[in-house]
Every structure is written in structure tokens, then in C-alpha cells.
Design a binder for this molecule. Structure first.
Ligand SMILES: *Cc1c(COP(=O)(O)O)cnc(C)c1O
Length: 374
């Protein structure tokens, strides 16, 4: 008798579909016979500047110790973060990307039949980790593409254990102001954990936006998550972290794998925190790129969702899949977001000026072709 091994998987996992990453450059090059160097990838919100020189030098140096296990406590990186952020090292949990931390949080706080709240159009990892631990995801309809924080607070029940809030949100680029986040946190009972995912916070300019770390003393149920993947330009190395109370940090640390961040990643992340000029350049290039893309969308008569992240979602109509494919054929990779319930949008990451131009040209070409029915 043949055993159906897939049926042996726990229930939440049986119906799980894996996270869909952006298409890698080499894959597109193989499929379309393109020169990888000619391909523009604006699909995964990566930093278009390339890595910081300081990070590169530190990573090189760490290579000589490849035979050693990494520092399982990430002492140096936690020290550097603690100085930069004004928190204690025992408030920090390092992750293999902040995705890792998001998963650890779900495993620590949500069990079968518990409820986990997140927004429609929010980051895909929230429903994924919720389902993987067997909890029930409660997806609250968005308000003009952003989180409807009132509705999310209204969705809290006796079974709610965890609420994920992405601020700014991916893939919509929407953001909640300081007052809105505080009013929301005031409504959440102290026994419900709120995860404020600030993967793009380094791009926010202006203090009308909340800094989750400043809210921690007032809200002991708050966990703030951040990453080195975006503005700090280290996506390949997988380093993220959370900041919260020492009590919650202690819980997260029980589930965290002992060596979840490798030595090269630790060294590069520690070094990049010293590279303030890199961060400023990331911000500047991103600001300019957002304005460039907005202007292009307006010229092309396309609606977009105003974004504060390093990406922007643009409405290219019902034939978004054709547009996506046509862009691929022209060597431009963006991200379809139909899986997020946004079938007419494509999400494009902000590139260097010339990359944005390549994308806009290719987009215009695709749209013309489709309008002419060709
Ligand atoms: C990119 C992103 C992350 C971080 O991903 P890691 O590379 O795993 O650190 C987390 N949350 C959101 C909303 C993101 O867009």
C-alpha cells in the first residue's frame, strides 16, 4: 500500500503554498537566452547601490574563520545595535533575516486554534507563518490599500494572540502615522502581542512617522522587527532582528536556532552600521527614484499607490500578467502581486536612475503592444 506522505504533514502545512520570491536574474537569463549583465531586477526591494564597501571588507575578513561556528549570541552586532538604537542588548533577537524572527514569534505565541490578525494586502509571510503553526489567520480588509487599524482592533477576540502590522507595508508602500499607531496600541489588550514590522523604516523621513523602539517603554506587548536586507543592502546575508522587552526576548531566544546568523553576516552587519554615508545614499537614491517613477506613471496615465518604501505598486490593468511577461522578455524583472489579491498591479522596486529608465521604457513598450492588441 502506497503511503501518501503529503498527508502525513500537519494540517496547516498540507494546504500551505510556499512564499513566491522574485525571479532570480540567472533564471531569466537561462529562460530567455539573455545576458545576465543586461537584466534589470526590480523585483525584491533590494538595494540598487550594491553592498557597502565597509560591509564587503568585513565579510572578506570573516571568510578566514569559515571553519568556526559563529558567535551564537551575536555579541558584537548586538552591541553595535544597542548603541545605535538606544536599547539594551538583552532586548535584541537576531534572525536569519527578519523572516526568521517573524516565524520564531509565531511559534512562540500562537498555537492551534489561536487567532492571528493581519491586514489584507499585508506582507505574505504573516499568513504563512500563522498557517504553519496551525493558528487561524484573521485577515482584516484594508482601507485604501493600507491597514485599517480600527477594524484590526475590532477584530480582537479572546483567542487573539498576535497581531502583525507592517509599517510601512509591503507590497503597498502605505504607512501609518505616529498618532494612528499609538491609538491602535492603546486599544490592544496587554496580553496580545503586536509585531510592528519596520523593514523599511530607514527610508522614512520626517517625525510624523512612529519609531517603534520609542514606543517600547509604553507598550510591553510590542515587538519591533527590522532588517539589514533593504536600506542597509545586505539581503543575501540574511540578517534581521527584533527589539522588545527582555522577558519576551528570553522567550524568543528559546526557540531560535543556536547559530541562526552566520559569521559573515554578523561581521558585515556590524560593519555596515558604521557606514552612515551608505545609508544616506540609499535614502537619497530611493527618494529620487520614487519621484522618477511617479512622474513616469503620471505621464503614462497609470495609477499607483503612493509609497514611502523602496518600491511602488502600479496599476497596469487587467492584463498585468501580459505586461509582466513582456517586461521579462525585455530583460526587466518586476513583481506580480496577484497572489496578494492585487491582480492589476505590479510592484516595482526603486532602482538606480538608469535602471528606472530601462523599466519605464520597457513598460511603455509593453503597454503600447498590448493596447494595439499585438
Ligand atoms: C523585506 C521584508 C522583510 C524582511 O525580510 P528579511 O530579508 O527576511 O529580513 C520583512 N518584512 C517586510 C514587510 C518586508 O518587506
Amino acid at each position: 500500500m502506497a503511503i501518501d506522505y503529503q498527508r502525513l504533514a500537519v494540517e496547516g502545512v498540507q494546504s500551505l503554498s510556499p512564499y513566491q520570491p522574485g525571479k532570480p536574474i540567472d533564471e531569466l537569463a537561462r529562460e530567455f537566452g539573455l545576458d545576465p549583465a543586461s537584466i534589470v531586477k526590480l523585483a525584491s526591494n533590494e538595494n540598487p547601490l550594491g553592498p557597502s564597501d565597509r560591509a564587503l571588507a568585513a565579510a572578506q575578513k570573516a571568510l578566514s574563520d569559515l571553519c568556526l561556528y559563529p558567535d551564537g549570541n551575536g555579541f558584537d552586532l548586538k552591541q553595535a545595535l544597542s548603541v545605535r538604537l538606544g536599547v539594551k542588548a538583552d532586548q535584541i533577537t537576531l534572525g536569519n533575516g527578519s523572516n526568521d524572527v517573524l516565524e520564531i514569534i509565531a511559534r512562540c505565541f500562537a498555537d492551534a486554534d489561536d487567532e492571528v490578525i493581519f491586514s489584507q494586502y499585508a506582507f505574505a509571510v504573516y499568513p504563512l507563518v500563522t498557517q504553519a503553526v496551525g493558528a487561524k489567520g484573521v485577515c482584516v480588509p484594508a482601507l485604501e490599500w493600507g491597514h485599517d487599524l480600527d477594524a484590526m482592533a475590532n477584530a480582537i477576540t479572546d483567542r487573539t494572540r498576535l497581531i502583525f502590522v507592517a509599517n510601512p507595508n509591503n507590497p503597498t508602500g502605505t504607512v501609518q502615522g505616529r498618532a494612528a499607531i499609538e491609538a491602535f496600541l492603546d486599544r490592544v489588550p496587554a496580553n496580545v502581542i503586536v509585531v510592528l514590522d519596520e523593514a523599511y523604516c530607514e527610508y522614512l523621513l520626517g517625525n510624523e512617522y512612529p519609531d517603534g523602539i520609542q514606543l517600547l517603554p509604553r507598550y510591553p506587548n510590542l515587538i519591533v522587527c527590522r532588517t539589514f536586507s533593504k536600506a542597509w543592502g545586505l539581503a543575501a546575508l540574511r540578517v534581521g532582528y527584533s527589539i522588545c522587552s527582555p522577558e519576551i526576548t528570553d522567550v524568543l531566544n528559546r526557540v531560535r536556532q543556536p547559530f541562526n546568523v552566520d559569521s559573515i553576516a554578523l561581521a558585515a552587519a556590524t560593519a555596515v552600521l558604521e557606514d552612515e554615508a551608505y545609508l544616506q545614499r540609499s535614502r537619497k537614491v530611493n527618494e529620487a527614484g520614487l519621484r522618477q517613477l511617479e512622474a513616469a506613471f503620471e505621464r503614462l496615465g497609470l495609477e499607483y499607490i503612493p509609497s514611502v518604501g523602496n518600491f511602488i505598486a502600479v496599476d497596469v490593468g487587467e492584463q498585468s500578467q501580459e505586461v509582466f511577461q513582456s517586461l521579462l522578455a525585455q530583460g526587466v524583472i518586476v513583481r506580480p502581486v496577484a497572489g496578494y489579491g492585487m491582480p492589476c498591479h505590479l510592484r516595482v522596486s526603486v532602482g538606480l536612475s538608469e535602471e528606472n529608465d530601462r523599466f519605464v521604457e520597457a513598460l511603455e513598450h509593453s503597454l503600447n503592444k498590448i493596447r494595439q492588441g499585438g
